[in-house]
Design a protein around this ligand. Structure first.
Ligand SMILES: C[S@@+](CC[C@H](N)C(=O)[O-])C[C@H]1O[C@@H](n2cnc3c(N)ncnc32)[C@H](O)[C@@H]1O
Length: 248
């Protein structure tokens, strides 16, 4: 596979998680970001641990099919590893990350990887969707929307989440995170995130979910979402929730 000439946040996260699926350009960007911000590995490991707890909580509700948007690299505790009984379709828009994901999952009959723009679910290959998320629209599924809200403006994010609500069957669950304004304290690091990156105040998170109803756990710092051990003391960079589709 050819080397990408630009870094991707997803592959930078793989580097911070201790994975093996990134390129020198990603490592250089990750190191430059850490110069401006400080150590990132503990922050992204806590975020990946939240993914694991959220996905297992959804699977415990009887959900056995997951659709993942902005999926990044499908390793290091990603969805099919957190819910080994489930089938999973990973999607992303970055062609290098998609090819990487397809190579990692080659031969798996439980997890696949394809193109999917979260803001337009019609871009997902229907054959892949029905193979890996059987009963989509008819039975409850898990929708994983992590590391993505910060790259969508409020109007696009609200519309997207509402379209997913309309398309998913009642009882479906959404795992989502939001970036707080913590990064504003590091202007150089913030500038590296590019012009489309959005930080938000916690008061804005619930309205953006629209009809999706957060579980009783609420929308809280990811380290505080059903912690299995005392939460580590980390920067308050991400808040997360699992939200459920009702019957309307
Ligand atoms: C910060 S990474 C998160 C990766 C992974 N979800 C995680 O939490 O480790 C964001 C990912 O979203 C993808 N992305 C950006 N805009 C997207 C869109 N409109 N639809 C789907 N994926 C998108 C990027 O290509 C990138 O892989």
């Amino acid at each position: 596979m050819g080397e990408p000439d630009r870094p991707s946040t997803a592959r930078m996260i793989d580097f911070w998680l201790g994975g093996e699926h990134h390129f020198p350009v990603d490592v250089a960007a990750a190191r430059a970001f850490e110069q401006a911000y400080g150590p990132c590995a503990p922050v992204f490991r806590a975020l990946r641990a939240f993914l694991g707890r959220a996905v297992r909580a959804v699977a415990d509700r009887g959900v056995d099919g997951f659709l993942v948007f902005g999926a990044g690299v499908p390793t290091m505790g990603n969805v099919h590893e957190a819910a080994p009984e489930a089938t999973v379709l990973y999607t992303d828009v970055d062609p290098v990350t998609i090819r990487l994901g397809q190579r990692i999952l080659a031969g798996s009959d439980r997890a696949g990887y394809g193109y999917g723009d979260a803001t337009d679910i019609g871009t997902i290959d229907p054959a892949q969707l029905h193979r890996f998320v059987p009963g989509w629209g008819r039975r409850p599924v898990g929708i994983v929307f992590l590391g993505l809200a910060a790259f969508l403006d409020d109007a696009t994010l609200s519309r997207t989440l509402d379209e997913l609500y309309a398309a998913a069957a009642p009882g479906s669950c959404l795992a989502i995170d939001f970036d707080t304004e913590e990064l504003a304290g590091y202007p150089e690091a913030l500038a590296m995130m590019g012009p489309s990156f959005r930080m938000r105040a916690p008061a804005s998170f619930r309205p953006l979910l629209g009809r999706w109803e957060p579980t009783e756990d609420g929308i809280v710092p990811v380290t505080h979402w059903r912690p299995e051990e005392p939460p580590p003391a980390l920067p308050d960079a991400f808040h997360g929730a699992v939200a459920v589709r009702g019957d309307d």
